[in-house]
Design a protein around this ligand. Structure first.
Ligand code: NAD
Ligand code: LMR
Length: 330
């Protein structure tokens, strides 16, 4: 008989929000860490939303998930991250009417600096985080800079939703199943400037660029993927929730359990200077994962079209980084 795993402590922020509601039940079911791994769920919310989070806890109890080994709600980041192995940082301040970008960065800076400090002070030695709350890349940068004792590489931001959107669009265009699409990559920021790259992708083993034309890539595929968040908001009247939760589960599942042989995922990670992305910027790259570590895929040829797209998105990230530095947030 296998030895039962020790419970893993997972802290979810913004737990009473839309994504939180879709995410917690997936984690409880074992979709993220595996069917044999018990989880202690720690839900962080702002005081006004802890009652709603308690309601979600009631539902999680009523689900009688065998893997759930603990359920707690907090409004104090220090308590919520105490002993955490994994953080899913979903809660963020949405842009309000008349709010300038600097106001948004500043409001989120207040949230992610405090959470970074709490992680630094109390999280477990193997702590790792994915930031979902927007602007996700720069929020991850802020959290990492307030957790000097935690390796910055453990703070990542989510571009798996963009990756999955790109896989789905390419599969639909070529008539393949989504499982046939491999080695796709998202570069840069989780924003409209991102670069979904099919240069190295294959569809059922055939190079994707043999199956679709450059005009479709430039005029339909890239804008569709990059604007998909806005397209969903226009249709639903609210931002993507279940698909974002699914992507967060996939991001962490792949990080912990590994990418399949011959395939990649996309993660926004602190740059080590690869592909000319300035060191430290939290930028999306194609990565492989094994043994709980990720590695940026090296040695890919970057053509002129790709270079320009990557540079444009990285320039946006550098601008965000300068702005939060100017606000004293990093
Ligand atoms: P939501 O408004 O439904 O929920 C957000 C929750 O966060 C709220 O319950 C709020 O009370 C909570 N919150 C706010 N500040 C907090 C704090 N300091 N500590 C703890 N909780 C706090 O929003 P949602 O639809 O769940 O989306 C959450 C975030 O994810 C947004 O920023 C959204 O733009 C972003 N998002 C990112 C992606 C991505 O691909 N990276 C995709 C979709 C949405
Ligand atoms: C998405 O990609 O769906 C979201 O980041 C959109 C948003 O602004 O919440």
């Amino acid at each position: 008989m296998d030895t039962p795993s020790a419970p893993v402590t997972v802290t979810v922020t913004g737990a009473a929000g839309q994504i939180g509601y879709a995410l917690l039940f997936r984690i409880a079911s074992g979709a993220m860490l595996g069917a044999g791994v018990p989880v202690r769920l720690r839900l962080l919310e702002i005081p006004a939303a802890t009652k709603a989070a308690e309601g979600t806890v009631m539902e999680l109890m009523d689900g009688a998930f065998p893997l759930v080994a603990g359920l707690d709600v907090f409004d104090d980041p220090a308590k919520a991250f105490d002993g955490a192995n994994i953080g899913l940082l979903v809660g963020a301040r949405p842009r309000g009417p008349g709010m300038e970008r600097a106001d948004l960065l500043s409001a989120n800076g207040g949230i992610f600096s405090v959470q970074g400090q709490a992680i630094n002070d109390g999280a477990a030695a193997d702590f790792r985080a994915v930031v979902v709350g927007n602007p996700a890349n720069t929020n991850a940068l802020i959290a990492a800079s307030h957790a000097p004792d935690v390796p910055a590489s453990r703070f990542t931001a989510m571009t798996r939703l963009d990756h999955s959107r790109a896989v789905a669009q390419l599969a639909a265009k070529t008539g393949a199943g989504v499982g046939g699409v491999r080695r796709l990559a998202i570069w840069g920021n989780h924003s409209a400037s991102q670069y979904p790259d099919i240069t190295h992708a294959t569809v059922d083993g055939v190079p994707a660029t043999d199956l679709v034309g450059q005009a479709w890539i430039a005029d339909e595929f890239i804008p569709r993927v990059a604007q998909r968040g806005a397209e969903v908001i226009a249709a639903r009247g609210a931002s993507s929730a279940a698909s974002a939760a699914n992507a967060a589960v996939e991001h962490m599942r792949l990080w912990v359990q590994g990418t399949p042989e011959g395939d990649w995922t996309s993660m926004a990670v602190p740059s080590d200077g690869s592909y000319g992305v300035p060191e430290g910027l939290v930028s999306s790259f194609p990565v492989t994962t094994a043994g709980g570590e990720y590695t940026i895929v090296q040695g890919l040829e970057v053509d002129g079209f790709s270079r320009a797209r990557i540079d444009a998105s990285v320039a946006e990230l550098a601008g965000e980084s300068d702005a939060v530095a100017g606000l004293g947030l990093i």
